[in-house]
Design a protein around this ligand. Sequence first.
Ligand code: GTP
Ligand code: MG
Length: 453
Amino acid sequence: EEAQAKRLRQPIVVVLGHVDHGKTTLLDKIRGTAVVRKEPGEMTQEVGASFVPSSVIEKLSEKLKKMLQVKLEIPGLLFIDTPGHEYFSNLRKRGGSIADIAILVVDINEGFQQQTFESIDILKGRKVPFLVAANKIDRIPGWKPFENEPFLETIGKQKKDVQNRLDNQVYDIVTQIAQAGLNADRFDRIKDFTKNVAIIPVSAKTGEGIPDLLALLAGLTQRFMKERLTFAEGPAKGVILEVKEDLGLGHTIDVILYDGILRKNDQIVLGGVNGIITTKIRGIFVPKPLQDMKLSKYDFTSIDEVYAAAGVKISAPGLEDALAGSPIYAVNSESNLKEIENKIEEELKQVRFYNSVEGIVVKADSLGTLEAIVTALNKENIPVRVADIGNISKRDLMEASIVAQQKKEYGIIAAFRVKTQTGLDVGNIKIIYDDIIYQLIEDIKKYIDDIKN
Ligand code: GTP
Ligand code: MG
């Protein structure tokens, strides 16, 4: 045994899945359970995330000794709130994601839907391991609820035919995951978790299965991700979730820090709409403690420093142009400012670019979605001339019309959650709009094929 074990940070857990399958309800239930079970002082407040301390996970999974034998070394789990595709996409980092693990929520009664498959594509593309929460088990005909019990307890108390019905539904999910090229099984039947996706039947409504889900998240991340979770002492690294204007604070950014330490007087470097922004932190904020229920959500406490992983709000001059999804790095006396600026500039250029290939124009609403679309197009061998954020401009129309003269099939603009700038005459340029990445790619493919044939 190492005499001095390295400190581990909390794994970042993100939730995604098809619309209405229960992502928000599941997170609310987890948060609610954590608030009830914590001791005073155990819980830190986060922006855009919820922290569940290990003590709570240990308490909840007392009955699951077999699953969670060890005392946890990780301090807890950090769940990213307000999930959905945009947010997950904003958790991008070069070559991957800041998410250490994901929960893919699937309504067990509906099985995989379009966005479930799309979610798996995104997870595979960014190499994020995931568990499947097979949600809404309380709706299986004949199900008898036992509030907040582990799945391993409640399943034994169900009638045989109900158990069979559940297993049939789980098996359907196993088959659908196989279509995406992965092995899966119900979590209690898995021996090697590195080779199989674990399916945990849960109910976000009754809380059944949530102890199992938390125990597995904590157990697996701690066991298989030690290196990735080892805390780095250096200046902070993070990603911008949202750019906002906050009462009394001016323009602020909500940031998830995944590494290092952020201090009040740090210089920070981040991506902006018109280039790199280098500025100095004015304040770091977290919400006031939950106990003060009478306070509005605008009430923040200023803190002097924060250790990753964490969700914080940052105020600083010049943040009005900050770019959601951009990396943000802190600079301290030992670090080389120029080097960090170049690094972020390079990273942004990989996602937002203008070049001269005969390819399509892609406009999207955020860095994360833009990157996901361009990656998907690359996979389909569809060339891209312009990849940028924001509404369709005169220049975009011009670029598309230049391409249309040479290669008609590529003279198009793909628009993801953006519009044309007001008063712009589109002329005869083909614009393909869609709010679902998968659908947008399908529509582009179809348009190109139709012209070619
Ligand atoms: P979007 O954010 O719109 O993609 O949906 P979501 O995945 O966050 O789903 P949400 O949590 O909003 O749940 C959708 C509906 O399903 C709501 O009416 C929930 O009350 C219901 N629901 C969620 N989980 C459960 C569950 O475990 N059991 C039952 N019976 N209903 C559930
Ligand atoms: Mg939701």
